[in-house]
Design a protein around this ligand. Structure first.
Ligand code: FAD
Ligand code: SF4
Length: 509
C-alpha cells in the first residue's frame, strides 16, 4: 500500500530527509484549505505567497521524481479541512500509513494528534528538521524559574552550537552581547540597500483565491509579489543581505524612517518560517562574514542573536505555555482595536506610517511592531487577544509559535513578565530619537496636554499611574515612578483627563 506524507504550508523544507529517496509508494500531499486561510483574517500577500510557494515546492518535488498529490483551493474534491482531506485521500489511495512533520502551531498539532488517535491507518509524526532546539528544550533549561531571560538561553545556545565562540566557553570578542552599540538612528546615510527580492506575477492564482471566497485584507500585489517563493530565491536573498546590509544591520537595527521601510533588515523571516531556509545556514553565513572581515562583530552578533536566540527562545516559550498563553491578559485590557488598525488612517504619523506600510508590504520591522504599534496598543489598553489576532493576520512571517510570544509576551506584557523584564512602552521621546516621524506629524511631540499634544505622552504617564500597584515595585521601571512622584496633583489630573478624552474615542486620533 501507499504511504501518504503531508506537507503543511510552512514546511517547505526541500532538505528534509523525507526527500532523500524516491519511492513510488510514497505520495506527498499538499493542500490549500479554507481551514488555513480562515482561522484569522489574513493579509492577502500571506495567503498568496504561501500557496505560490507550496505550488513551487510541488513542482520541484515532481521534477525530482517524487509523487505528489496537490489539492488546490478551487478543486471540486477539496473538503477544505485538513483531516477531512486526509481521510478522503487515505481512502482514495488505500493508504497503509500516514505520516506528517511536527506542526509548529499548537492548533494543528492538537488537531492532527486527535485525528490520528481515531485513525484506522498507522499515524506517524516525524521531526521537521528545522530548528536548533526541540519543543521542550527551553522549558528544560528554565525549569521552574519565574522569569525566562532570553539572554540566559542564548548563551547556552552559543556554547552548545559553538557559534561565535573563541574557545569552548569564551565568546568571540570577550562579550556575549553588543546591543549597546546597536541603537543608532538613521538620517539617510548610508543609503538603504536595494530590495534584494525576486518579483513574481501571481495574478491568476490570486483570482482563484478570491473566487473561492477567501476574505483577506491589505494590498495583494498579485502581479508583483516580492517574497522568495523557493529555496533558490531565498538563498539569493540571503547572499544579497550578507553582502549589502549585514555590515550595517547592527547600527540601524532599531532605527525607523519614513523614507526607508526595510533599512538594513534581511526580510528573511518568511523564508525562514516556511522553512525554505534553515537557521543554521543563515547563522553560518553571517558568522563567516565576520571571520572574513566583511561585517563587524556587533552587527553579526546582533543578527545571530535574533535567530539563534530570540527565534528559538520564543518557540520554547510557546510550547511550554500553550494553550493557556493565547488567553493571557495580565492588565485585564478590554478595549477594541480602533478602526485605523485596518486602514492606517490616523493622524499619528508614526502609527499611520507603520500600519500603512504593513498593509502595503505585509511586513514591518521589529521596532515598528514593538515600539510604535505594540507600544500604542499597550498604552491604550487594547485587548491583547485582539491585538494578537491582528498581528497573526497581517504579517507575512506570522505563524502563531513566533507571533504569539512576541505579541502577547514581549509587546503586550500579557503574561505578566515571563518573557519581558518590563513593559515595552515609551512616550514620544523614544520614537523621536529613533525616527523622523515626529517632524511630519500633526501632533506635537513635546506637549502632554491639549488638542495637538502627542497621544503617546499622556497615555504613557496614564499607563504608569493606573498600574502603580502592579508595576511600581519592578526595579527596571523605577525611573518612571520617581518622575511621577515629582509631579504635582494638577499635572497628574491634567494628563489623566487628556488620556480619558483620547481613550473614549480612539478612532478620532
Ligand atoms: P531581521 O531584523 O533581519 O532579523 C533576522 C531574523 O531574526 C528574522 O528573519 C527572524 O527570523 C529573526 N527574529 C528577529 N527578531 C525576532 C523575534 N523577536 N522573535 C523571533 N525571531 C526573530 N517574527 C516572526 O517571524 N513572525 C511573527 O509573527 C512576528 N511577530 C512579531 C510581533 C511583534 C509584536 C514583535 C515585536 C515582533 C514580531 N516578530 C515576528 C519578530 C520580528 O519583528 C520579525 O522577525 C522581523 O521583523 C522580521 O523581519 P526580518 O526578516 O527583516 O528580520
Ligand atoms: Fe508619533 Fe507622537 Fe511623534 Fe506624532 S508626535 S510621530 S504621534 S510619537
Amino acid at each position: 500500500g501507499h504511504t501518504l506524507r503531508l506537507i503543511l504550508g510552512d514546511q517547505l523544507n526541500l532538505q528534509h530527509r523525507w526527500f532523500s529517496e524516491i519511492d513510488d509508494a510514497t505520495v506527498y500531499v499538499l493542500m490549500e484549505v479554507r481551514q488555513e486561510t480562515d482561522y484569522v483574517l489574513h493579509h492577502a500577500q500571506k495567503i498568496l505567497a504561501i500557496f505560490a510557494a507550496m505550488r513551487d515546492l510541488a513542482r520541484q518535488l515532481r521534477q525530482a521524481g517524487h509523487r505528489v498529490h496537490y489539492v488546490q483551493i478551487d478543486d471540486p474534491s477539496n473538503l477544505q479541512s485538513i483531516p477531512a482531506n486526509i481521510d478522503a485521500l487515505v481512502a482514495q489511495y488505500q493508504a497503509a500509513a500516514f505520516e506528517y512533520q511536527a506542526p509548529d502551531e499548537w492548533r494543528l498539532d492538537e488537531q492532527l494528534y486527535q485525528h490520528g488517535r481515531k485513525s484506522a491507518v498507522p499515524w506517524l509524526m516525524v521531526d521537521s528538521e528545522h530548528f536548533y532546539t526541540t519543543r521542550n528544550e527551553a522549558a528544560d533549561i528554565f525549569a521552574d524559574r519565574k522569569q525566562w531571560l532570553m539572554e540566559f538561553f542564548y548563551r547556552q545556545m552559543r556554547v552548545a552550537h559553538q557559534v561565535l565562540m573563541a574557545d569552548a566557553k569564551k565568546p568571540v570578542g570577550d562579550q556575549w552581547n553588543f546591543d549597546a552599540e546597536n541603537r543608532k538612528p538613521w538620517r539617510g546615510e548610508p543609503a538603504e540597500p536595494s530590495d534584494p527580492r525576486t518579483v513574481h506575477d501571481h495574478s491568476l492564482l490570486w483570482r482563484s483565491i478570491v473566487d473561492a471566497g477567501v476574505n483577506s485584507f491589505g494590498d495583494p500585489k498579485a502581479d508583483r509579489l516580492a517574497w522568495a517563493l523557493n529555496r533558490e530565491e531565498a538563498l539569493q536573498q540571503l547572499d544579497a543581505f550578507i553582502a549589502n546590509a549585514l555590515p550595517r544591520f547592527g547600527d540601524f537595527q532599531d532605527a525607523m524612517s519614513s523614507k526607508a521601510w526595510r533599512l538594513f533588515h534581511s526580510l528573511l523571516s518568511f523564508a525562514l518560517n516556511v522553512k525554505m531556509l534553515n537557521p543554521r545556514e543563515v547563522v553560518a553565513k553571517a558568522e563567516a562574514a565576520y571571520h572574513a572581515g566583511h561585517a563587524p562583530l556587533a552587527a553579526v552578533e546582533g543578527f545571530i542573536r535574533q535567530i539563534l536566540g530570540w527565534r528559538e527562545y520564543v518557540r520554547g516559550v510557546y510550547w511550554a505555555k500553550m494553550p493557556e498563553y493565547a488567553g493571557k491578559n495580565f492588565f485585564g485590557h478590554q478595549r477594541a482595536l480602533p478602526s485605523w488598525f485596518w486602514d492606517g488612517n490616523t493622524r499619528m504619523n508614526c502609527v499611520s506610517h507603520a500600519i500603512t506600510q504593513s498593509l502595503e508590504q505585509a511586513h514591518a520591522h521589529h521596532i515598528q511592531r514593538l515600539m510604535v504599534i505594540g507600544n500604542f496598543a499597550l498604552l491604550a489598553g487594547l485587548d491583547p487577544v485582539q491585538v494578537h489576532r491582528w498581528y497573526l493576520g497581517i504579517y507575512i512571517d506570522a505563524f502563531e509559535w513566533v507571533e504569539l510570544p512576541n505579541t502577547a509576551g514581549m509587546s503586550q506584557f500579557a503574561d505578566g513578565g515571563l518573557l519581558a523584564t518590563k513593559p515595552y512602552v515609551s512616550s514620544a521621546a523614544y520614537i523621536d530619537r529613533m525616527s523622523d516621524y515626529c517632524k511630519g506629524c500633526n501632533y506635537d511631540k513635546k506637549l502632554r496636554v491639549g488638542p495637538t499634544a502627542c497621544p503617546f505622552n499622556a497615555l504613557y504617564w496614564d499607563f504608569f499611574q493606573r498600574n502603580k500597584a502592579t508595576l511600581s515595585r519592578n526595579p527596571r521601571i523605577g525611573m518612571a515612578y520617581r518622575q511621577l512622584e515629582k509631579m504635582d496633583s494638577t499635572t497628574i489630573a491634567d494628563f489623566q483627563r487628556q488620556a480619558q478624552t483620547m481613550l473614549s474615542n480612539l478612532d478620532a486620533l
